[in-house]
Write a protein that binds this ligand. Structure first.
Ligand SMILES: Cc1cc2nc3c(=O)[nH]c(=O)nc-3n(C[C@H](O)[C@H](O)[C@H](O)COP(=O)(O)O)c2cc1C
Length: 215
């Protein structure tokens, strides 16, 4: 008997978000939730994975999983190829949204804002910290471009491996980071009987205003 999706249902009872205990600063709260997710998830190394949604020049939305590589009051950073689909979409429309889902904690965080490229020096610094194989891979893979077959990618990898001969390559000019400056951060905590908690933070003149949303 196949499992009916319509019948799949879980009650969320682990935590709650109380108004009287709620933080004023969503960035600090994000940090606490991420740290808890890192410790709690089955595969804690992926606690920093999130879905990033972008919109292309025709208004069509696209979404993919990326790894968050840092966050601060300035924003949320991630890396990839500037000529990838996401890179081209961000170049034509800097508005983007990221969503984190931590099922072990029954939590979701939604972040919306405007994306800008990271300063080249910061991209260089992060690229230099990556393992050699990832550095070489960034040179070998023209991200989001069609490949005739896998052997084409492997051939490119052989070529760049030979070219750099075991030395750490510099950052490819078209590989780098982005920073999403948040305008809105929403924390969702699953609660019993679908009466979930949602705290919504919106940036107004550099200060955060918090409100509660119906689940
Ligand atoms: C767990 C996970 C982590 C990923 N991390 C990244 C990342 O940090 N940067 C990246 O460019 N792609 C990452 N990817 C691959 C992207 O999902 C996507 O395939 C790639 O960025 C190309 O997307 P685009 O064609 O929309 O630009 C990751 C995929 C998964 C499943």
């Amino acid at each position: 008997m196949p499992l009916s999706l319509a019948q799949m249902r879980r009650n969320y009872t682990l935590y709650g978000l109380r108004d009287d205990l709620a933080q004023d600063d969503p960035i600090a709260l994000f940090g606490q939730w991420l740290e808890q997710a890192r410790k709690t998830e089955v595969a804690p190394v992926e606690a920093n994975s999130m879905a990033l949604a972008t919109v292309d020049s025709e208004g069509h939305a696209h979404c993919r999983i990326l790894l968050l590589k840092g966050f601060s009051d300035q924003g949320f950073t991630f890396f990839g190829h500037y000529q990838s689909a996401k890179g081209l979409e961000l170049a034509s429309n800097p508005h983007a949204a990221m969503t984190f889902f931590w099922p072990g904690l029954e939590r979701q965080v939604r972040i919306e804002g405007t994306v800008a490229r990271l300063a080249p020096a910061l991209c260089d610094e992060y690229f230099a910290s990556r393992p050699l194989a990832s550095q070489v891979g960034a040179w070998a893979s023209p991200q989001s471009q069609p490949l005739a077959h896998r052997a084409e990618l492997e051939g490119r990898l052989r070529d760049v491996t030979q070219r750099f001969a075991g030395h750490h390559p510099p950052r490819p000019r078209e590989w780098g980071g982005y920073c999403l400056r948040p305008e809105r951060v929403e924390f969702w905590q699953g609660r019993a009987d679908r009466l979930h908690d949602r705290l919504d933070y919106r940036r107004h003149d550099e200060a955060w205003q918090r409100s509660r949303l119906a689940p």
